[in-house]
Design a protein around this ligand. Structure first.
Ligand code: LLP
Length: 423
């Protein structure tokens, strides 16, 4: 359930008509609904009522400071994967002691930063990372809290680019190597073993792969405890899918019920790292039609939003529903909704049945709250869109639109150097 609904034929974000946002803030524009974020977070967190658990929102899904602050204020910890994300989380007022740090390529400066902040746990993804972590912690006269991220070799049955828990993926340590690495880690002076972790993929629409992975992790926990190690946390990662089109993902309550059943007697605190299921349907991209044109075999709607603003359709062939902001009656015909970028791959939707559109009309690209703004770029020297957070009948611009002048910030023309280079 989200709060982007038609009222008298006009699409609203909560109580704010999208036409008002387009006029006052301009397009393309990301619009997030505070009520939806809150609802999704509370539904997810509430899905594990009888289980000691911690929800670490996956910052990478939508890392706007206002979004992070809202979720942290509701009690969310954070799942971070870089020093930049840690900086965002801290700037947004998140509690580092409720946050975990994943990722295959953590560097010393990022590890130091996280140790100094006092994060709950590092999810370590390689043998070499264990050594670097121990060494960095010792330099700071600390012991780093550690889980090893294992690769349970479970097929999440999702898009290959967002599958992470298969043997062929770069993530985690192979299950077969886990026990020995744990025993080695237990002997490293800068480490303190706290848990086990995994993340098998994103946009999963079934519970069974989670259960398969979980059972493998619980076996590992048993084995490690048998070796005398203390394991307090099991981090199952994120990955629960959402409805973009016709998908039928399990409701968080169902997911929570099944997972809780498996973990309830294990004497563990369960950590979850949801991203998409919290933010995905809490945002839209609002875009305006610039031109319409009839090709020889297709009709095109050229809008002011493009693949640099929202790359999921181009990158993953992802489906995002397109809704006209003003509901129109009449026949619909298939159209490609495309951006101004000079690439054939620049489309937001292809062959989508839409009613007649005119320059100036507004469209909402739905389910754009997760992995959309965060993956935006400046390709074709386009400034990234503004972001607004709506609450009831009010809104706030939580990130201003990048201006043309922002696009050349940090660049310079070393005139004499270039003169020498071309002489
Ligand atoms: N934890 C870890 C370690 C992750 O790598 C991810 C996502 C999550 C949690 C959150 O997963 P979620 O609950 O959001 O599924 N750009 C892609 C999605 C990439 C996901 C990467 N990792 C997309 O647009 O679909």
């Amino acid at each position: 359930m989200h709060h982007f609904q038609y009222r008298d034929g006009l699409l609203h974000a909560e109580d704010v008509p999208l036409t008002r946002l387009a006029e006052e803030v301009g397009t393309p524009l990301y619009v997030y609904s505070a009520a939806t974020l809150k609802r999704h977070y509370l539904a997810f967190d509430g899905a594990f009522p009888d289980l000691d658990h911690l929800v670490c929102y996956s910052v990478k899904a939508n890392s706007n400071l206002a979004v992070l602050n809202l979720l942290a204020s509701l009690g969310a910890g954070m799942d971070i994967v870089s020093g930049g994300e840690l900086h965002r989380a801290l700037s947004a007022g998140a509690d580092p002691s409720r946050s975990v740090f994943s990722g295959v390529g953590k560097q010393r400066w990022e590890i130091s930063m996280a140790l100094e902040a006092g994060i709950l746990m590092f999810n370590v993804e390689s043998s070499q990372e264990l050594d670097l972590l121990s060494d960095t912690a010792l330099n700071l006269q600390q012991q780093a809290p550690v889980a090893i991220r294992v690769n349970p070799d479970v097929d999440p049955k999702t898009h290959p680019y967002i599958s992470t828990g298969l043997r062929k993926n770069k993530f985690g340590l192979p299950m077969a190597a886990a026990r020995d690495e744990y025993l080695r880690a237990a002997d490293l002076p800068g480490l303190r073993i706290r848990g086990v972790s995994c993340h098998i993929g994103s946009q999963l629409t079934q519970v069974s792969p989670f259960v398969d992975a979980l059972r493998r992790l619980l076996d590992l926990v048993d084995g490690l405890r048998g070796e005398g190690l203390t394991i307090d946390y099991l981090d199952l990662g994120g990955g629960l899918g959402i409805v973009y089109n016709q998908e039928e993902p399990p409701h968080p309550v169902e997911y929570g019920r099944v997972i809780s059943q498996e973990v309830k007697d294990a004497g563990l605190t369960l950590i979850l790292e949801p991203g998409r299921v919290i933010a995905g349907n809490a945002g839209i991209l609002l875009t305006r039609v610039i031109y319409t044109k009839r090709g020889e075999v297709k009709d095109f709607v050229v809008v002011d939003g493009a693949m640099n603003d929202l790359i999921r359709p181009s990158l993953y062939s992802a489906y995002h529903e397109i809704r006209p902001v003003i509901e129109t009656a009449g026949a619909s015909s298939p159209k490609d909704v495309v951006g101004p970028i000079c690439e054939t791959g620049d489309f937001l939707a292809q062959d989508r049945p839409l009613t007649e559109l005119r320059p100036g009309d507004l469209l909402a690209v739905m389910s754009a709250g997760a992995y959309c703004f965060v993956m935006a770029s400046n390709y074709n020297s386009r400034g990234r869109p503004a972001e607004v957070l709506v609450c009831g009948d009010d809104y706030h611009v939580v990130r201003t639109r990048e201006r043309t002048i922002d696009l050349i910030r940090g660049e310079s023309v070393p005139a004499e150097f270039i003169a020498r280079a071309i002489s």
